[in-house]
Design a binder for this molecule. Structure first.
Ligand code: AGP
Length: 348
């Protein structure tokens, strides 16, 4: 099996390690609590940027603080500085080598922000540049397709938000729900045989859409990226709301749609888009912990029940990672070495 497959299966152990690494997170949350932060600004690329989208939903929902995702070109192409007074600026990069993310953090350091980097490389330029560094401790990731580094980034971000919210007395189940994530990710991995069998149906697929809403919009995007790089299928992700404002015109019975439909505040909207997809007789792949939603799909993958939908991205993404890896294998491709890609990509 490819390295990607092994690394997908390391995730319960990686996340278990994250659980026991909360000292620094508590210290940072204390600092943030005392600083009256008005804005969170996050810089990242690719998969790391999808962890940023996950964090945006968590922070805005639980803390009510606006989160902006960086346009790094403002710094690297247009050479402008931003005023980061009363801001928290986070840079996320598995390798810690992302030069544009580094430039954002360096600018933020000079303009009064609290800066945090999240990397899997504690001696990297980004790890060293930020005031605080949170280490993914995911172990070496050999496959070009990032998997365990992504879930560890999400886990660290969720721990930070849960701790920060706790110190502000915001009621949330997130902390308790996170404790159960490693065992539920392990349960989700048991779908591997099911995915192996069902993925054959998509052998000839060369286009697909990934849809969700709310916190799982990040996972629709990450699922599309994993499928693009591992299988070269033209996968496109949309929030189900945005999908209805134009892209829906592309619907075609020959283009499968994967929908992440976990039980939570966004389910009503996702149900609505599923109804539209069914009317259009599209090939529907449903990832859900709701029987009714699963029954709508030509193909369904059941993720575990959980006490807070905010952790559903961990299980949804594991299904998407396995689906992408298995699809690559039946297409005769090597998901560890996608054409034209390297493990570290430097952009400015
Ligand atoms: C994801 O599978 C890719 N390897 C890619 O999108 C990657 O996440 C991106 O290049 C960012 O890398 P970094 O996190 O090391 O900065």
């Amino acid at each position: 099996m490819p390295k990607m497959w092994d690394e997908i299966h390391e995730q319960p152990a990686v996340l278990e390690r994250c659980i026991h690494n909360t000292g620094l997170i508590k210290e940072i949350a204390g600092q943030l609590q005392s600083q009256d932060i008005h804005l969170v600004y996050i810089a990242a690329r690719g998969t790391s940027d999808h962890a940023a989208v996950f964090a945006k939903y968590l922070i805005e929902y639980l803390l009510g603080i606006p989160v902006a995702l960086a346009a790094a070109s403002i710094f690297t192409v247009y050479h402008r500085n931003l005023n980061f007074a009363k801001a928290l600026v986070i840079g996320i990069s598995q390798s810690g080598e992302a030069a544009d993310v580094l430039e954002v953090i360096q600018n933020a350091n000079q303009t009064g922000a609290i800066t945090i980097s999240i990397t899997n490389a504690p001696d990297s330029p980004l790890a060293v540049a930020a005031r605080f560094h949170l280490y993914c401790n995911a172990g070496p990731e050999a496959s070009v397709a990032a998997t365990k580094t992504f879930t560890s980034q999400m886990f660290i971000l969720a721990q930070l938000v849960a701790e920060w919210a706790g110190q502000r007395n915001v009621p949330t189940n997130l902390k308790a729900a996170l404790m159960k994530v490693p065992e539920k990710v392990a349960a989700t991995l048991e779908l591997s045989q099911d995915i192996h069998h069902k993925v054959e149906r998509y052998l000839l697929m060369n286009e697909c859409f990934m849809l969700s809403r709310g916190i799982n919009y990040a996972i629709a995007m990450e699922a599309a990226l994993k499928i693009q790089e591992a299988t070269y299928v033209r996968a496109q992700a949309f929030a189900s709301s945005d999908f209805q404002h134009g892209p829906i015109a592309m619907l075609d019975r020959n283009i499968p749609v994967m929908v992440f439909a976990s039980v939570g505040p966004a389910l009503k909207d996702i149900h609505e888009i599923i109804t539209i997809l069914k009317k259009n007789q599209v090939e529907l792949i449903v990832v859900s912990n709701n029987r009714e939603m699963l029954a709508q799909g030509s193909c369904g993958f059941a993720i575990p029940a959980m006490e807070d939908d905010l952790v559903s991205p961990f299980f949804n993404v594991v299904v998407a990672q396995m689906f992408a890896c298995q699809l690559a294998l039946i297409k005769g491709l090597d998901p560890d070495h996608p054409r034209g890609l390297h493990k570290v990509t430097i952009t400015l």
